[in-house]
Design a protein around this ligand. Structure first.
Ligand code: ZN
Length: 404
């Protein structure tokens, strides 16, 4: 089973967008109410027993259970009977708001993220519909809960054999979009490893380096866009909060955010295709296993969006019949790709790999990409031909090397 997410622009008429605007507002209120309920419960537990009751007293019984997703869903069903605005909105969609809240609490408990926040007006931007009706897509139209058939800008066709399972409607600065989760029940053909292997090392100095020696520079235009963003954000803060000019400036910031996202995605897709042009097997580092060097978690790393790039690369590989695998990146910069000798830790500023054992010398990131490729090949059971032809041990030995 394979899931894909495709985003399309929606053309809502005035009535349709009014309905969804109302639903967004209802969702926001549900979020805030449910969050308030949870917050009160926590505060009532953290209240010191000897504290002055004037300062903190919560009228919550000591044995009141902690609000959970299930209990809040139940309460929501009850509240819908009395509240027409709640009743007008799609029930599953509202439950998803509670689920999102639950998830952000889990994120706080498990990953140390911050306490979930109340949402100000206009800050709720998406409606998630976990189920769609039968045949929800016909031609360039999609049938959405509450508003019926809507025209989509079908920027790319929905692939054969895929069914739309869920829809997330997002209100962006430039208009309404739908993110369709498409699911295919057919068995995804997994491609046998074949052809030229390429190892890819994601880095800081360059965006990535390949085992074939290519280095892709980190796109500089992001730096310019970030600068532009900062400027616009400063302009927002100089305006009177909530004023018409403030709103206008805010809108410009949102537009730029969207532009940055699109530009980055475009870059990722082009790069993924470029890599797929060159080989039949692609091995990258498993980012989950990667221990980033201190200071690597800078704006640059986040800006580079490695995780997003890898998922795009995986998808492009699948589309083009190229074998894709992630391998453990542990210690790739400490191993010589030519003789497997352990060369010891390199400082971040050390840009060149120099092996004192065999004299092999190359760019540090390229060396790491070579090690990744060898690990990947070993994992798929291919015999590792060290560096392929042309760079075998014997040819290196005859090479004049300043180190030896
Ligand atoms: Zn070596």
């Amino acid at each position: 089973m394979l899931n894909l997410t495709y985003t399309y622009r929606l053309k809502l008429n005035q009535q349709q967008s009014q309905t969804y605007d109302e639903w967004l507002e209802t969702s926001r209120r549900v979020w805030n109410f449910a969050l308030g309920e949870r917050k009160d419960w926590y505060n009532s537990r953290s209240c010191r027993i000897d504290a002055c009751s004037l300062k903190s007293e919560y009228i919550i019984a000591a044995d009141a259970p902690r609000p959970t997703f299930a209990s809040q869903c139940k309460a929501l069903t009850q509240a819908r009977k009395a509240n027409p605005a709640l009743n007008a909105a799609h029930s599953q969609m509202l439950q998803q708001v509670l689920r999102r809240l639950e998830k952000s609490f889990i994120g706080m408990w498990e990953s140390g993220r911050g306490f979930p926040r109340f949402k100000k007006q206009g800050r709720m931007r998406s409606l998630l519909f976990p189920q769609l009706g039968v045949n929800p897509i016909q031609g360039n139209k999609v049938k959405l809960p509450g508003i019926g058939w809507v025209k989509m800008q079908l920027s790319r066709p929905i692939p054969d054999g895929f069914v739309a399972k869920q829809a997330q409607v997002v209100k962006k600065a430039s208009g309404w979009y739908v993110m369709l989760t498409l699911q295919s029940d057919v068995n995804v053909p997994s491609f046998a490893p074949h052809g030229q292997p390429i190892g890819i090392d994601l880095g800081l100095k360059s965006f990535l380096a390949t085992s074939t020696g290519e280095q892709i520079a980190r796109p500089r235009f992001f730096v310019d866009l970030q600068r532009q963003l900062k400027l616009l954000q400063q302009r927002v803060s100089s305006k009177k909060l909530g004023s018409k000019n403030w709103r206008k400036a805010q809108h410009k910031v949102a537009r730029l955010h969207e532009h940055i996202h699109n530009t980055r995605q475009d870059f990722h897709f082009k790069l993924a295709h470029h890599l797929c042009d060159q080989g039949g097997m692609i091995f990258t580092e498993d980012l989950n296993l990667k221990a980033w060097a201190k200071g690597m978690f800078s704006k640059h790393t986040l800006d580079a969006g490695f995780g997003e790039f890898l998922s795009i690369l995986e998808w492009v590989c699948w589309k083009r019949g190229i074998y894709f695998a992630q391998v453990n990146p542990h210690g790739t910069s400490q191993t010589c790709p030519n003789c497997n000798h352990h060369t010891g830790k390199k400082d971040l500023s050390e840009r060149v790999h120099r092996c004192y054992e065999c004299g092999f010398e190359t760019d540090r990131d390229v060396a790491a990409a070579m090690v990744l490729m060898q690990r990947g090949l070993a994992a798929v059971g291919h015999t590792v031909k060290m560096l392929g032809e042309g760079l075998s041990n014997s040819s290196l030995l005859t090479q004049e090397s300043p180190v030896l």
